[in-house]
Design a protein around this ligand. Sequence first.
Ligand code: FMN
Length: 351
Amino acid sequence: MVQTYDIKQSYRSNYEIGPQFVDPPPEVPDTPTKNFLGMPVRSRLGIAAGMLLNSKWIEGYAKHGFDILTYKTVRSAHRECYPLPNWVFVNEDGRVDGPVFAVDDPGDDPTAISSAVCFGMPSMDPSVWREDIGRAKAALAEGQVLIVSVVATPGENASRDEVVEDFVQCARWAHEAGADVVEANFSCPNVCTAEGTIYQDTEFSCLIAREMRDTLGDARFLLKVGYFGTDEHLRNFLRELNGLVNGITLVNGISRPVLRPDGQPVFGPDYEFAGVLGRAIHNPSVENVCVARNIVDSESLDLELVAVGGVSQTSDARDFFDAGASAVMMGSSPMYLPGLAADAKRAHPEW
Ligand SMILES: Cc1cc2nc3c(=O)[nH]c(=O)nc-3n(C[C@H](O)[C@H](O)[C@H](O)COP(=O)(O)O)c2cc1C
């Protein structure tokens, strides 16, 4: 099985060496133009914040036919990655809670893979990423767009105002650097400090989004959120954020204990909970998108829905489009299925 990201190596090494494609890019079908947030795109298929560590990764996957490319979350200051391991394969049990267990061998069927990540949202210094975003943008072909994901870096006793200011700063830099869309990450399942769970606080989410909107003017602006356990919470969130952002990207990995077979936390005692990805989260993610679509339609909200969660075959992307997604993103599967967008576009040029 191809693995373009070497999970045995550090984030830094993958940043410098990757992506490690085994084969040259596949023939990418010439698909008709569609619309994503008012921009022309060759497809509404892309890669969510995560695997695309820098412009080399963006360029490699753009050439593989993914058309909406998200630059992995960046910060207003340099931040080291958590120690290895950062990414493990896990068993799949079809639940949204309770522990999952790491496995060495993901099996022969890449469409069945689930995994878990614990990076801690590392970031290069802004002087590095601000310049690199220009290169990422320049590497895209016509009909491809760049999302840049940003997050705040609050100190231990940071006030809410300081968190807001930091989000605003990152948004300004990302926009100035050439992002077509700025995405604020309000969810990170393995970050225990405030920036990991903002989406669960609707009022704070609104406060940040309002200030970011003021700075971004009419630039395109998305919020990335995690899994919503209740429809009421999701309804309230969408209602309150309506008018402040262009859309919502849902969902981030689902936070669960990730254990070794001996019961010890695989990412170390400080990070028992981490984001579970892939097959294990597909059904709950589709459910969240379905519910969100019903709310948006029934309340006439002006919000696009960018869906992510366990897409590793064409039928998974169809689930999300059927549920009413404006675009479908892949988080982990492009690592072992780099030809997925080209295959999906061949089967569904209308996507
Ligand atoms: C290697 C890796 C790193 C990730 N880092 C981020 C991140 O920095 N910011 C973010 O919003 N999501 C991050 N994610 C989560 C993905 O954007 C996505 O929400 C998640 O992988 C679920 O999608 P999937 O089931 O298709 O993998 C990361 C995912 C992976 C695989």
